[in-house]
Design a protein around this ligand. Structure first.
Ligand SMILES: O=C(O)c1ccccc1N[C@@H]1O[C@H](COP(=O)(O)O)[C@@H](O)[C@H]1O
Length: 226
């Protein structure tokens, strides 16, 4: 994956039909929400979504809110999820413990594959969300355990609030060192990528009638990938 270009995540895929509709588009990551949400998916649906995504060279992000580490591990192992997005009050210690568990999964995977170097699967990484209002949080304690912090808007719900925060504060952050989420739409995605996030995370604003709208997603792609 390119490091100096913003990648695109479309989160909250809730059905096989939605994934099928989006599979040919230039999306880098798709998100499956395992936490309580209108977009929550069960293991059976998620497993089909992951298969279609991987076949179409897209990585899969599993979204969890204050879940038991053993439950995350079971899902990652069963479905072969590429990224775990933690969207609750998970501490740095929790991230460290989860990171060790993900490392063990990867080692077992490599042992099983010993002679087939080409098909080695990357280690599952952690993205930790931080709810932001007017000030960036201090994430120093988390840095060694996560791939990226995900800055999202503080809202009533754990996620998917559809609201933006004051993006001006991102000027202090190194380019491509964070993920930007919260209320990103066809209208503001150009402004969002001007802050050079590693990944721009789009969710509720590309939905019509409770499902992702292909035309809106295509518009987002046109802007992000131009
Ligand atoms: O979308 C949800 O329902 C959700 C539920 C629980 C945790 C996270 C959730 N979504 C995440 O919220 C952000 C922003 O979404 P939006 O664009 O404001 O709708 C995104 O990272 C989703 O992964």
């Amino acid at each position: 994956m390119e490091k100096n270009k913003t990648l695109l995540k479309i989160c909250g895929i809730r059905s096989i039909e939605e994934m099928d509709e989006l599979k040919g588009l230039n999306i880098d990551y798709v998100g499956c929400i395992f936490a309580k949400s209108p977009r929550q998916v069960n293991i059976e649906i998620a497993s089909q979504i992951v298969k279609i995504a991987h076949k179409n060279e897209k990585k899969v992000v599993g979204v969890f809110v204050n879940a038991m580490i053993r439950d995350i591990v079971r899902i990652v192992e069963t479905l072969k999820i590429d990224v775990v997005q933690l969207h609750g009050n998970e501490t740095a210690e929790y991230c460290e413990e989860l990171g060790k568990a993900l490392e063990r999964i990867h080692k077992n995977y490599l042992n099983d594959l010993k002679n087939d170097v080409k098909s080695i699967k990357d280690k599952t990484v952690i993205w930790k969300s931080f709810a932001v209002k007017n000030k960036l949080p201090n994430i120093n304690d988390y840095k060694s355990f996560i791939e990226y912090p995900l800055f999202e808007t503080k809202g009533e719900k754990a996620g998917g609030n559809g609201k933006t925060f004051n993006w001006q504060i991102l000027k202090e952050v190194s380019p491509y060192s964070f993920i930007l989420a919260g209320g990103i739409s066809t209208e503001n995605v150009e402004a969002a990528i001007s802050y050079r996030p590693a990944v721009v995370d789009v969710n509720s604003k590309v939905e019509i009638d409770n499902r992702k709208n292909k035309k809106l997603v295509e518009k987002i792609i046109e802007i992000v990938k131009s």
